[in-house]
Design a binder for this molecule. Structure first.
Ligand code: FES
Length: 160
């Protein structure tokens, strides 16, 4: 460990405080940005007039969601992971897949949900700045594994 720094341990209320991730105009123009919110890597998308924030690393194998394309699937905006093309809803973080019910006469696949797989976070806009507040759901969500793996360690100067 660097002698001039110590690892800062974040308290629960610090982790839940909103963090500014950029200017509203800039993010609207770029359509997406990444940021470290406390110690968590987050991607913020601007799509069809709305902001969305999710864990940046895909729940499947840690793919970089900020490099994916957005598609509307079943009327829901989804990020398509660039690594293995998993589809994740921007609003809820659900993983989607196509399935055929062998008992139904139609062989057309239908979109189904695997449940919430990717942690989503709250986005607010205030005075032209965009803020992300980390999700306060205590349940374990699949993307937590890669969020921890890619966790940013915060070093602060050692007090003398
Ligand atoms: Fe995202 Fe595999 S890492 S689909």
């Amino acid at each position: 460990m660097n002698e001039d720094s110590s690892v800062k341990t974040l308290k629960k209320n610090e982790v839940r405080s909103p963090v500014c991730v950029g200017r509203e105009d800039d993010i609207k123009k770029q359509r997406r940005t990444t940021a470290t919110v406390h110690d968590r890597e987050v991607v913020v998308f601007y799509h069809d007039g709305k902001f969305y924030a999710l864990d940046c690393r895909c729940y499947h194998a840690g793919g970089p969601l900020h490099q994916g394309e957005i598609e509307d699937i079943n009327g829901q905006p989804c990020i398509i992971c660039p690594w293995h093309k998993y589809k994740i809803t921007l609003t809820t973080g659900e993983g989607l897949y196509q399935a055929i019910n062998p008992r139904e006469p139609s062989s057309t696949p239908k979109w189904q949900s695997k449940g919430v797989k990717q942690r989503t976070h709250r986005v607010t806009v205030d005075s032209g700045k965009v803020y992300v507040t980390l999700s306060d759901i205590d349940d374990n969500i699949d993307s937590d594994y890669y969020a921890k793996m890619y966790k940013k360690t915060i070093h602060t100067p050692k007090e003398k």
